[in-house]
Structure formats: C-alpha cells, structure tokens
Write a protein that binds this ligand. Structure first.
Ligand code: AOF
Ligand code: ZN
Length: 369
C-alpha cells in the first residue's frame, strides 16, 4: 500500500533496528536512513557495543550525498563519548540539514541533549515521530532506564487443566509453541528460573534456533541451596553462557564457585522463604541486564506477579489434560494479596500449531491496586 514517504523512511529505519534486536544490549537497537531528494542514499543499523552507531553506518554509505539530506533514525542521536564518538558531531560534520527521530534516548546521559545539540548547530530536528513504534523496537532498553530495572517477561507453559508438568516429563506444548519460546529467549539478555525447576526438569536453558545462536546469562535462584553442580545447565560449558547462582547471604558452595562459567551471588533470604523480587531485580540491574525472561511456576511465579514487576506474561496452553496428581499447577499462593485473583488486561491469543499462546502486557502495573 501507499504510505506517506516520511513514515516509509522511518519504517525502514525501524526495520533496520529490528534486524539486530536481541544482540545489542546494553546498547539499544537502532536503525537510520539518510534521505536526499526523496531517495534513500544510505542506511544502517547498530550491531552492539563497540560497533559503530546506526547513524554513522548510514552516513558512511551516503558519503557526500549526506550534505543537505534528511536523517531518519529510530532513536535520538547520542551526544556523548562512550565506546564510540558522539553521533551528533558526525551528523553535523556530514552536513545533514534535518533529523527526524522516533523517540528520545531514555539514557539520562543523552535524553534530549542529543536533539538540543543538533538544534544548536542549526539543524531542523523533529522528535516523537512514530514514537510508539520506536519504543517497541527495543522495549527492554526503554523500560530499563524509565523504571530502573530490567524488562520482565514471565512465561510458563500449561495443559488445558492448568498443570505445568507433563506426565512422563515430556514437553507439554508442541514444536511451534516451543520455537516461540526460543525466539523470546533470543530477545532476552538473561533467563531466570528457580532451583526447583532445575531439579524437576534439568533444562539446559540455552537458545536453540536453526538460524541463530546466542549465549544467555542463566540465573538460578537457589534459596534452599539444593544445586549439586551436576545439573545439565552447568554442563553446557562457556558457549551456553554464564550461570549466575543466587544463594542466601552467608552460604558457600565450593563445587559451584570453582566452575569457570559460574558466579555465586548472595541476597538476604526473606523470613517467609525465597528472595525478594526487588532484590533480585536490583542485582540484575547492576549487571546491566535489560531484558529478563522468567520461566517460573508455583511460588516464584506468584511472587513475580505479586511484586508488580512483570511487564509481559505469556502462557502457551496445550490441548492436553494432565490431572492434578501428575504435576504442579501454574501458580501457588495468592496472586493478589487479598485472594481476589485477577482478570488480565490487554490480552492477545495466538495460535501456534495445536497450542494457543496468551500474551498480556502488564507493563509492570501493580496487581494489588
Ligand atoms: C545512537 N545511535 O546506534 C546507538 C546509540 O558506548 P557507545 O559509544 O556505543 O554509546 C552507547 C550509548 O549510545 C548508549 O547507552 C545509548 O545511549 C546510545 N546508543 N545512540 O545515536 C546508536 N546505539
Ligand atoms: Zn550515537
């Protein structure tokens, strides 16, 4: 269909940003297009820390054609020296006359100062153009700075009767729904489970996609101190990504601690057992984990929901019946402190093979409200 050319160029910048999504953190995924006389003359995306920024890639391709051109970029250009020099300088030096940015950079070191620097240099600057779409290409990056914590995606897979472990320990959901899980893992920086899940399922917690590999940080909350070091997650070697084991303050675990890719982290244990979700998220924030994928059921799932820090919930539902005796039910304890339960807002249902996947955008709203 026909699209207004401004939107079309921004859409192109957004697509370039999406192409690298999941690989750029703690940097944002960004795309840029240089337009001269209604024609794209240069384009580029940012590939991650240490790589040139999207604007720099696009300007290099445009060369002299950048003089007097318009630049469409999915994020406000940076104005600070990080691992690379500021984009604002590159844009001004190239002679660009107008910059259109989808959304301001929420990083407090930039946040509006990039746009100001360009205006001061005499460029025309428009920000907030297709803003929602701009946020969506890297929601976790925006959540991280706006809320001061990782974006949290909680997931469990269940049978029609709400059981989360299949009899005989097979998979509950089919291949298509499981592929979706691996795509979601790929978009994350870290995956988090409890040591209970490790004991029950003994998963690898790696990303397994034909076309893409990515080592994820694997976080295991081990408040009972039940890990032995012989679990599958420790056997994948450094290629599977580091494993961070969270244990109660004062606990030690020489077998785990001596492993090359394992790091022990300590948090106070709550009186009622387990760790406070806010403590866990603070720990991960310090490590610059922006996108967190939580595969939790039972008490941990409830704790996350009750904490009010869940941004997205997805639940693949399989057309199978397990019966209660065969396994755990999805949530234990009260999701709401007053036991009222909850009707999820903004839910989408999607078919994946024989399964249905429910996705709700909770955006970290406090469910106790
Ligand atoms: C842009 N375009 O493509 C990206 C931006 O260490 P550096 O030099 O890579 O800078 C990282 C910061 O720059 C990052 O925290 C974010 O504020 C911004 N990222 N900015 O103009 C880009 N990736
Ligand atoms: Zn930059």
């Amino acid at each position: 269909g026909r699209m207004n050319p401004e939107r079309r160029f921004m859409q192109e910048a957004l697509e370039l940003a999406k192409a690298h999504a999941g690989r750029t953190h703690p940097n944002p995924s960004v795309g840029a297009v240089v337009v001269r006389g209604g024609q794209a003359v240069g384009s580029g995306g940012h590939a991650g820390p240490g790589s040139p920024h999207a604007e720099v890639v696009a300007l290099a391709e445009a060369g002299d054609l950048a003089r007097g051109a318009d630049l469409y970029v999915s994020l406000e250009p940076c104005c600070t020296f990080g691992r690379t020099p500021p984009c604002t300088k590159a844009i001004v030096d190239a002679g660009v006359s107008r910059v259109v940015a989808a959304v301001l950079d929420p990083n407090p070191r930039v946040n509006g100062s990039g746009a100001d620097a360009l205006r001061e240099a005499g460029l025309e600057v428009l920000t907030g153009f297709m803003e929602e779409e701009g946020v969506r290409v890297d929601e976790a990056y925006h959540t991280f700075f706006k809320k001061g914590r990782p974006h949290v995606h909680l997931k469990w897979a269940q049978s029609l009767d709400g059981v989360v472990q299949a009899p005989g320990r097979g998979y509950i959901t089919g291949e298509e729904a499981r592929r979706r899980v691996h795509l979601d893992r790929f978009q994350s920086d870290a995956i988090l489970v409890s040591s209970g899940t490790i004991r029950m399922d003994d998963p690898f917690l790696t990303v397994r996609l034909e076309c893409a590999e990515k080592p994820l940080v694997r976080v295991i909350l081990d408040s009972p101190g039940s890990l032995t070091g012989r679990e599958a997650v420790f056997a994948t070697g450094p290629a599977g990504g580091p494993v961070w084991v969270v244990v109660p303050q004062g606990a030690s675990h020489p077998t785990l601690e001596s492993r090359e890719n394992v790091e022990l982290m300590r948090l106070p244990k709550r009186q009622e057992g387990g760790f406070a979700i806010s403590d866990v998220l603070r720990l991960l924030r310090e490590r610059e984990v922006m996108a967190l994928y939580v595969e939790a059921v039972g008490r941990l799932g409830s704790s996350f929901l009750e904490s009010g820090f869940v941004d997205r919930l997805s639940v693949p539902v399989a057309p199978g019946l397990c019966g209660r005796d065969s396994g755990l039910s999805a949530l234990e304890g009260d999701v709401l402190a007053d036991g009222r339960g909850l009707r999820l807002p903004a839910i989408a249902w999607e078919q994946a093979g024989a399964d249905l996947i429910a996705t709700a955008e909770l955006e970290g709203q406090c469910l106790r409200g």
